[in-house]
Design a protein around this ligand. Structure first.
Ligand code: FAD
Length: 468
């Protein structure tokens, strides 16, 4: 297909597109009004925005296939979007992109299949939220293994596309490990994948693995067969103050070695704790005096896990102060200081986000590098993250020179054997730094896979790899 020049008037083409999409999904699911499109055109942080010709909301896999076929025929680019909670600009139209785009929303793909208790699996539509996955599983006595603060909006399709992580990775792994099967649509409208959920199968390329983390650049996921885990009804949460990051890592080692019910080990640095406390107008339940880091621990089990956690905390010399809660308002109060940090940062400004991971023993070094870089180039650092995976979200408010900060910090991360994106994805935010963690041969492989599955470049151009 011959690429259309960016300068070509689009009115006739857009009219043809809207007409074609309306024939497929009905007029009420093709959104063209500027006010209605607006919320689909800007990301959660307000850092990334662009405009689209229309938002289309297919209600089935067949409709999705027809929509993508139509986009490809008309040489219109398609931006898949789920809950639009992504933090790297991958789910909204690109600003300045020459060709018109449509946002393809999965929010009508909300089917909830029956829970297969024997297999501990369920089939869900791509637009089902993480909270709905959890509630559906719990209604059958099981649980969802993935959880994070955007649970009420983030979707299954988005979580697969970004290989999302969250707080329970220490126990169950990332989203990739939960996908037992999936169904997806290629740019030419072909439907691929399987929802049978066989735990054992060796017949070549594993499509769930290929598409997990592909950020909507290879295919649009329409449904997934997902793993379920036991629902541990007895939970205990602790917030623990320690002197510094090295002590936090020492504590992590103790917890890993002795606490079988470990469900989350999160990290909150003082700047983040202060910001969220001010945002929610509440005082953290631990004393901050002398504390250089706070560790939030969840334990969950069928029987009360309190004893095994409190025994470890009682023996740990690095614990300066600790608040321990079981169910109820006290636990909810404590969880605010983890779950509402991202919201508090957004309320303070438009953040520049670097979601990185390093080997846990090098976290202190990472934070030193980040502080030094921000001292040099301007900004206010608000760091927090997932301690067990060495994953820190380096949020920078009012960054003076974000590119210089990213050059220095991401360069240092790569030199430490870390990664420039731990769980948010590359989106359009990190493409300039991919070369730090992928060799030219690996980048060429990614590009070849993209070309093989999406030869017309219809799906999410500019995401994961620079647009060509
Ligand atoms: C408050 C808050 C807390 C967060 N905490 C975490 C956290 O702890 N861990 C974590 O990993 N992330 C976290 N995130 C980031 C975000 O929630 C995740 O990346 C999530 O997986 C995105 O899901 P979504 O449905 O909103 O996807 P979107 O934002 O809509 O899209 C994200 C990407 O996936 C693609 N995509 C969406 N749906 C599909 C589909 N069906 N098929 C193919 N591609 C698709 C999009 O094109 C885009 O590239 C957080 C975000 C917020 C706002």
């Amino acid at each position: 297909m011959t690429p259309r020049p960016a300068t070509e008037p689009v009115t006739g083409l857009v009219a043809e597109l809207v007409g074609g999409l309306t024939d497929i999904v009905g007029a009420e699911h093709v959104l063209v009004d500027a006010d209605v499109r607006a919320t689909y055109e800007v990301d959660w942080t307000r850092r990334y925005r662009g405009s689209c010709a229309a938002v289309v909301r297919p209600g089935s896999t067949a409709e999705m296939a027809a929509v993508l076929r139509r986009c490809t025929e008309l040489d219109i680019t398609a931006v898949p979007q789920g809950g639009n909670t992504g933090l790297v600009g991958g789910g909204v139209p690109r600003s300045g992109a020459g060709a018109p785009a449509v946002v393809v929303s999965t929010l009508r793909l909300t089917s909830l299949g029956p829970v297969d208790v024997g297999a501990a699996q369920v089939t869900l539509g791509a637009g089902v939220t993480l909270a709905a996955w959890r509630d559906h599983a719990r209604a059958a006595g099981l649980d969802a293994p993935i959880d994070f603060a955007a649970r009420d909006s983030a979707t299954i399709g988005g979580a697969i596309a970004t290989n999302a992580g969250g707080s329970r990775v220490v126990r169950f792994g990332t989203m990739r490990q939960q996908v037992m099967g999936l169904e997806a649509v290629l740019a030419d409208g072909s439907v691929i994948g399987s929802l049978s959920g066989l735990p054992k199968e060796t017949v070549g390329i594993h499509l769930p693995s290929l598409l997990s983390g592909s950020e909507g650049t290879l295919a649009i996921v329409t449904a997934a067969r997902l793993r379920l885990v036991p629902w541990y009804r007895r939970t205990i949460t602790a917030m623990i103050a320690v002197a510094d990051l090295d002590d936090a890592v020492t504590l992590l080692g103790r917890l890993r070695g002795t606490v079988g019910s470990l469900d989350a080990v999160e990290l909150v640095l003082p700047e983040a704790l202060e910001l969220v406390a001010a945002h929610v107008g509440s005082t953290p339940p631990v004393s901050a005096t002398g504390a250089g880091a706070f560790v939030l621990v969840d334990c969950a089990a069928h029987d009360d896990p309190s004893d095994e956690l409190t025994a470890v905390l009682g023996d740990a010399a690095e614990v300066l102060d600790a608040a321990v809660t079981t169910e109820g308002p006290a636990r909810e109060h404590l969880l605010i200081f983890r779950d509402r940090i991202t919201e508090a940062i957004n309320a303070a400004g438009v953040p520049f986000k670097l979601d990185v991971a390093v080997p846990v023993g090098r976290l202190a070094e990472l934070l030193e590098v980040a502080h030094r870089s921000i001292d040099r180039h301007g900004g206010r650092l608000v760091p927090f993250g997932h301690l067990a995976e060495g994953n820190v979200h380096l949020n920078v408010l009012d960054p003076g020179d974000p590119t210089a900060i990213a050059d220095e910090v991401l360069g240092a991360v790569a030199a430490m054997g870390g990664t420039i994106s731990a769980e948010h994805g590359v989106g359009i935010a990190k493409t300039p730094w991919l070369h730090l963690v992928r060799t030219p041969a690996e980048l060429a492989t990614m590009s070849a896979v993209k070309h093989a599955l999406d030869p017309t470049g219809t799906l999410n151009p500019g995401v994961l790899q620079p647009a060509t």
